[in-house]
Design a protein. Structure first.
Length: 240
């Protein structure tokens, strides 16, 4: 069977990453969490006191950043490493959420991360989630999904995630954070968050993760079947 790229874009806390990971597992594909990459850059910028408005500071910092994903056999999950150090838990904290959209709006940051993401997915057979995968990183992705959900549903999901990690955050603070991130993500000059014309819209407000995964898998199965039929027709023509 041919291998494809599945691009899942959308707003924060819609279930993009959880769904993308599960889809990748079921298909035996690689998973690339692009949001984690921008979070790792944000963490490095904080640690190194990088001035976001200084192009020189940003470019110098980006030269020192190496992001990888290591598989944790105990949890069965891929974890984000920044310059060889596991930062998976740290980058999920609220103080990173408060700045990641601002950092990811910096053109130099996006150019650097997009180049890395394209290298990671050039052999196909990957599921990638983020904000601009179907529009910028892989505009030729065979399957494109754009996920959304109402703000309070997203905020409650995010609050539960934080509570599970021992971080207590007021719901209204999370709502404000999401609204701020939505505004920055959708209005930035470089690769704004928009639905690709050929992306399927998925509103997850009233869906379980399992339902979301099944929905994406069905799309992927249809596309793979279509490609298989095309390949068969081409083979038949060549044999005539």
């Amino acid at each position: 069977m041919p291998k494809i790229v599945i691009a899942i874009d959308g707003y924060s806390s819609c279930g993009k990453s959880t769904t993308a990971k599960a889809v990748a597992t079921r298909l035996g594909y690689g998973y690339i969490d692009t949001g984690a990459m921008y979070r790792a850059v944000s963490l490095f910028f904080i640690q190194e006191h990088v001035l976001f408005s200084s192009q020189r500071d940003v470019n110098l910092a980006l030269e020192k950043i190496h992001i990888t994903f290591n598989h944790n056999p105990r949890t069965g999950k891929n974890e984000t490493c920044l310059n060889g150090l596991n930062v998976e838990e740290e980058i999920r904290k609220m103080y990173i959420s408060n700045i990641v959209s601002e950092v990811s709006a910096i053109p130099e940051v996006r150019w650097a991360m997009v180049a890395q993401q394209q290298r990671m997915g050039r052999r196909r057979g990957v599921v990638m989630d983020g904000r601009d995968i179907g529009t910028k990183v892989f505009p030729d992705a065979e399957v494109k999904v754009f996920m959304t959900a109402d703000t309070y549903t997203r905020a409650r999901r995010r609050q539960q995630e934080l509570l599970a990690k021992g971080e207590m955050v007021n719901l209204e603070e999370i709502v404000q954070n999401l609204e701020k991130r939505d505004f920055i993500d959708t209005t930035r000059a470089e690769s704004p968050l928009i639905q690709a014309p050929d992306a399927e819209l998925l509103d997850t407000s009233h869906m379980t993760i399992e339902e979301q995964v099944d929905w994406v898998i069905e799309l992927a199965d249809r596309k793979l079947a279509e490609l298989h039929r095309k390949k068969g027709r081409v083979k038949a023509v060549k044999n005539e």
